[in-house]
Design a protein around this ligand. Structure first.
Ligand SMILES: Nc1nc2c(c(=O)[nH]1)N[C@H]1C(S)=C(S)[C@@H](COP(=O)(O)OP(=O)(O)OC[C@H]3O[C@@H](n4cnc5c(N)ncnc54)[C@H](O)[C@@H]3O)O[C@H]1N2
Ligand code: MOO
Length: 413
């Protein structure tokens, strides 16, 4: 039996339409101090061998292992090599060199004996037994990398060790994919900012701060706009400014009411609608389009998220977050979904696939944790979602799920 939602895009179709249009942003140079969290937009090669010389890994004596393995336990101490200096000559026969951690080994030395395993006796050093393995406590030149090796690849996300590695191959700047710039525009004459006590018919703007946090944790730079009115001129000027960003996220005004002006005003600004409404609950009225090209840059990706707060969150997690990731990273970008066991039975009935606020069961832990659907009052009920770890996914239909059945789970974080 067909219903009126059958003609709407499925989640997979809508996501494909978004991802096809989310193309990588133009790379830019970034100083290492600012580059944490960005994705590399270039392959990085080593400019030198590391270590650049055979180096001592401990404080002690550089030796020819064959001297000690042939039964010698006393060698003459030749020169002393400190870190930052180079040896002036090779080891003479039956000679050791005092050496410090990190210093270059003299030619002919193939091992270092820790100072704790030796005793000084005038000009000599006495070794206190045991075979010395060739290569012991020595790091060979180029063991970590060779000049010309690719040490990091395009697409890798920069974290502390990778930044350190960039510094050690002589980079002070790297090409990265920029963070997407995102505008968040709340709309609705009924909205007031959180510090205001709502008058009759008014409601506090909870969506802007939520979307700001969601976009920020997806790696975006976010600009939160003042509340835009349900009136063409004011709405148009806010949305026009929003079209200078890589992504424009609007909440409210996208369903079927005669004050739902967002689609119409967007189209008057040259934004092409890609789809309106998706087979999903909550979040069905979601609107997606692409703005006119911005000079050399592609048009802004425009998401009209439904005004109900939970619909906005689900729409963001399913469509906006993957788009933000795709703008800033060549890696595959999909919603963060895992398979989870239901910790209690649950009856579900809907004409649309439903994302149902759920939390990890306190009785189990970690990746094995089961999930419990919460007692949720629908798409305006944020209080319940504030206790959730994500959303259990129930396909369209009418069905009783048993405890222990496995379902998809869309993660909030
Ligand atoms: N005839 C129809 N009516 C509705 C449909 C539909 O398909 N046909 N869809 C319903 C669904 S589903 C949803 S979800 C809502 C979405 O409506 P809009 O996106 O147009 O949003 P508004 O009507 O402006 O607001 C809905 C609701 O959310 C509150 N809101 C809006 N912005 C904020 C904000 N920034 N912070 C907190 N709360 C906000 C607003 O006050 C309303 O209560 O439409 C259904 N109707
Ligand atoms: O599906 Mo709406 O998005 O009910 O809240």
């Amino acid at each position: 039996m067909g219903t009126d939602i059958d003609h709407l895009l499925t989640i997979a179709e809508a996501l494909r339409a978004v991802r096809e249009r989310a193309v990588l942003l133009t790379p830019r140079l970034c100083s290492l101090a600012e580059a944490s969290g960005y994705c590399l937009a270039e392959d990085v090669t080593a400019d030198l061998d590391l270590p650049p010389f055979d180096k001592a890994l401990v404080d002690g004596y550089a030796v020819r292992s064959s001297d000690l393995n042939a039964g010698e336990c006393r060698l003459t101490v030749g020169e002393e090599i400190v870190a930052g200096r180079t040896p002036t000559r090779a080891l003479a026969p039956h000679e050791a060199a005092a050496i410090m951690t990190g210093a270059p080994l003299p030619p002919d030395a193939d091992a270092v004996v820790m100072v704790e395993k030796t005793r000084r006796d005038g000009l000599d050093v006495i070794f206190e037994g045991g075979l010395v393995r060739p290569g012991q406590n020595r790091l060979l030149r180029g063991r970590e990398m060779r000049a010309g090796d690719i040490v990091l690849r395009k697409g890798e996300r920069l974290n502390a060790p990778r930044l350190g590695l960039l510094a050690s191959v002589g980079r002070s700047e790297v090409l990265v994919f920029p963070r997407p710039r995102v505008a968040v525009v709340p709309t609705g004459d009924e909205l007031v900012e959180p510090q205001v006590v709502p008058g009759p018919g008014q409601i506090r703007n909870s969506n802007a701060v939520m979307l700001q946090a969601l976009a920020g944790s997806a790696g975006a730079e976010v600009c939160s706009f003042p509340i835009a009115p349900d009136e063409r001129t004011g709405l148009r000027s806010a949305l026009e400014r929003g079209l200078s960003f890589d992504v424009l996220t609007i909440t409210g005004g996208v369903s079927a009411g005669n004050r739902d002006l967002v689609p119409e005003v967007l189209q008057s600004l040259g934004v092409t609608c890609v789809f309106h409404k998706v087979q999903v609950k909550p979040g069905k009225p979601l609107w997606f389009g692409v703005g006119p090209p911005r000079g050399d840059a592609p048009g802004t990706l425009v998401f009209g998220l439904p005004g109900n707060p939970v619909s906005g969150i689900v729409g963001f997690l399913l469509f906006v977050r993957p788009a933000l990731r795709a703008l800033a990273s060549p890696a595959e970008s999909l919603p963060i979904v895992s398979r989870r066991r239901l910790a209690r039975s649950f009856a579900h009935s809907s004409d649309r696939p439903t994302y149902y606020p759920s939390r990890f069961s306190p009785e189990s832990a970690g990746a094995e944790a089961g999930i419990e659907p919460l007692d949720w009052a629908g798409s305006a009920d944020l209080r319940t979602v504030a206790q959730a770890d994500g959303f259990a996914v129930f396909p369209a239909g009418d069905r009783h799920y048993q405890a222990g059945e496995v379902v998809d789970f869309l993660h909030l974080g």
